[in-house]
Design a protein around this ligand. Structure first.
Ligand SMILES: Cc1ncc(COP(=O)(O)O)c(C=O)c1O
Length: 505
């Protein structure tokens, strides 16, 4: 391609030069893209930074590039799990696309090999896979499996949960349906308190928050039974993400599963956001609860295809047999096609080859240690929690009242954008900064983003006249002491904390 000095091709489009790749990446000026979007794309499809949206035209690893070739550090895209446009994944998809793409009604090696490889990461009981195309499809199918197997209809979900965009899942997603009137809500859906030991009903100073939260689920089950109905399923993310990066206390899932199974229901673990080694110590986030916990159904999505639309439901033989007994075939035009499965296999290969789970553990510890240090220095930082490369930083105006610092969290996000760092804030009060970067995120990336947050918070707190009082410091220490030792909140090594001090100096 012929370039002029401004990096424009003969057709006038901007050309990026990145890692020796030269590609024409922009089909029209940014303003024109925006105009066409406003005209033809549904207005409820929201865009990041709507006052000044970013046009991303290319990405690689943990970086995204806009139309001017400016690089952004991506701290939020857990879909690009093994890194944006990983060459092995791209190649696997392209090679299979050249050969064949068709539905799963023909025998094909990719489908069975992928199912076998996924199964090998799970407890033996979870042995039957259904390949589908999005997290929503996976959760919708999980509900069908649960209802067909149990013959029951009622579902228990968690406060602030999000499980997908289709009608059946809006019904079980308080994150979305809290805007609906009671009359518009599904009467077969029941909401249990989020097992959040920072802001929730039972906190870190409770002697046994796992049991207290599980007892709330039991009370809902009893209420349903008192009305003459039965529970089909309890569904929860293994770590709540949109709900505010919540880490349930250890033992909670075991106790919930016991209550739910006793009532004839099943336990669905939604791993759409948090699976595939992100938590570092384990491949699946439900495994953080301990080896004695095995869900009846696990749903997967986002990272499984590294950006390709692919997802999966894995369940037990018994549940799968219950589903087939309805006599209705399950057919999904795209689910489990050879291209999707080739991509899924390549993602698993890269996770293993590049030890991305090990990296998530190591870099995640480093990141958490730096963020803990921020908490020592900044009164706005109320809590730091998470596992591996799934970390939340909850901002509060007052550490005792836990007043959500929503505007401050938005300010941090916007200021980071100016520094070309992409982070987001979520949770019911939109005050939790959430980290879930591609797994190739490095310690240096963590140093950079935390240093920038430190500077932004310093300026913000100066403007607000906020200082770290001795009382807050003591409260900070006492909260730390009160946390149950089994809590999964991240704690960095002293070595990591030393490093954190060093970069702040
Ligand atoms: C926990 C969880 N489950 C399911 C979904 C739905 O996935 P998808 O958007 O691929 O349909 C999402 C999407 O954000 C999610 O966060």
């Amino acid at each position: 391609m012929c370039l002029n000095r401004a990096g424009l091709s003969a057709r006038g489009s901007v050309v990026l030069q990145m890692d020796n790749i030269r590609t024409s990446v922009e089909k029209m000026e940014k303003e024109k893209t925006l105009d066409l979007r406003k005209k033809h794309i549904g207005p409820s499809c929201k865009i990041f930074f709507s006052h000044d949206p970013i046009k991303i035209v290319q990405a690689r690893g943990q970086y995204m590039y806009d139309e001017k070739g400016q690089r952004y550090l991506d701290c939020i895209n857990n879909v690009a799990h093994v890194g944006h446009c990983h060459p092995d994944v791209v190649k696997a998809g392209a090679q299979q696309m050249e050969l064949l793409n068709t539905n799963s009604r023909f025998l094909h090696d990719n489908l069975v090999l992928f199912a076998q490889r996924l199964q090998a990461t799970l407890p033996d009981r979870l042995s039957v896979c259904y390949l589908v195309n999005s997290g929503s499809e996976a959760n919708d199918l999980a509900l069908r499996l649960a209802r067909q197997y149990t013959g029951h209809r009622d579902v228990i979900t968690l406060e602030n949960a999000y499980h997908g965009h289709v009608s059946s899942l809006i019904d079980i997603s308080p994150y979305k349906f809290h805007q609906l009137s009671d009359a518009e809500r599904n009467p077969f859906v029941h909401v249990a308190p989020s097992p959040d030991v920072y802001r929730g009903k039972y906190r870190a100073d409770h002697p046994d928050p796992a049991t207290a939260y599980a007892d709330e689920v039991k009370a809902l089950i009893d209420g349903v039974q008192a009305e003459g109905r039965k529970i089909a399923a309890f569904i929860a993310e293994s770590l709540q993400s949109c709900g505010g990066q919540v880490v349930p206390p250890v033992g909670y899932f075991q106790q919930v599963a016991e209550h739910v199974r006793e009532a004839g229901g099943v336990f669905i673990a939604d791993e759409v956001q948090v699976g595939f080694g992100r938590v570092g110590t384990n491949f699946w986030a439900f495994q953080l609860q301990g080896e004695d916990f095995v869900p009846d159904i696990v749903t997967m999505g986002k990272p499984i295809g590294n950006g390709h639309p692919l997802s999966c439901v894995v369940t037990t033989k018994e549940v799968a047999e219950g589903f087939v007994s309805s006599g209705m075939d399950y057919f999904n035009t795209f689910g489990g096609n050879p291209v999707s499965c080739a991509i899924g296999l390549a993602v698993l290969d890269v996770i293993a080859k590049e030890d991305l789970q090990g990296k998530a553990l190591c870099v995640g510890r480093h990141l958490s240690a730096l963020l803990e240090q921020l908490k020592e220095e900044h009164p706005l930082v109320g809590d730091v929690r998470g596992c591996g490369l799934f970390v939340g930083v909850e901002l509060v105006r007052d550490r005792l009242m836990l007043t959500p610092a929503t505007a401050e969290a938005q300010h941090v996000i916007y200021k980071l954008k100016e520094e070309r760092i992409l982070l987001s804030a979520d949770g019911p009060h939109r005050n939790v900064l959430k980290f879930k970067p591609p797994m190739c995120f490095t310690k240096e990336d963590a140093d950079l983003v935390v240093e920038k947050i430190h500077l932004i918070l310093t300026e913000l707190e100066e403007g607000l006249g906020l200082k770290m009082s001795n009382k807050a410091k003591m409260e900070n220490d006492s909260i730390k002491r009160k946390r149950p030792s089994s809590s999964l909140h991240s704690r960095g090594s002293s070595q990591d904390v030393q490093h954190a001090k060093h970069i702040k100096a």
